[in-house]
Write a protein that binds this ligand. Structure first.
Ligand SMILES: [Zn+2]
Length: 91
């Protein structure tokens, strides 16, 4: 069995869920990986479930929305604007 990497969004401990108890569940027989802390999940896979752990382990985190990342992005934008303004004056 392949070890699961921590959640790419919050660092929480990932868990594999096998939907094998309720046969009336339309997703019966499927499996997925999810993070109980932030509820991020992999796709639901049926059959041989090839690539289930890899789907989770290779998942990329969304771009950061941390204040530091936002501040850096705004600084870049203001630098570009300053450069454009200067360039327009030279013309
Ligand atoms: Zn998480």
């Amino acid at each position: 069995m392949i070890d699961l990497k921590p959640c790419p969004f919050c660092g929480g401990r990932a868990e594999r869920i096998d939907l094998d108890e309720d046969e009336t569940d339309p997703n019966y027989g499927g499996s997925f990986i999810y993070c109980p802390d932030c509820l991020a999940s992999s796709k639901l896979i049926f059959g041989e479930k090839v690539g289930l752990e890899e789907a989770w382990n290779n998942r990329k985190a969304a771009p950061s929305t941390e204040p530091e990342a936002i501040r850096e992005a705004l600084q870049k934008i203001s630098l570009i604007r300053a450069y454009e303004t200067k360039w327009m004056r030279i013309r």
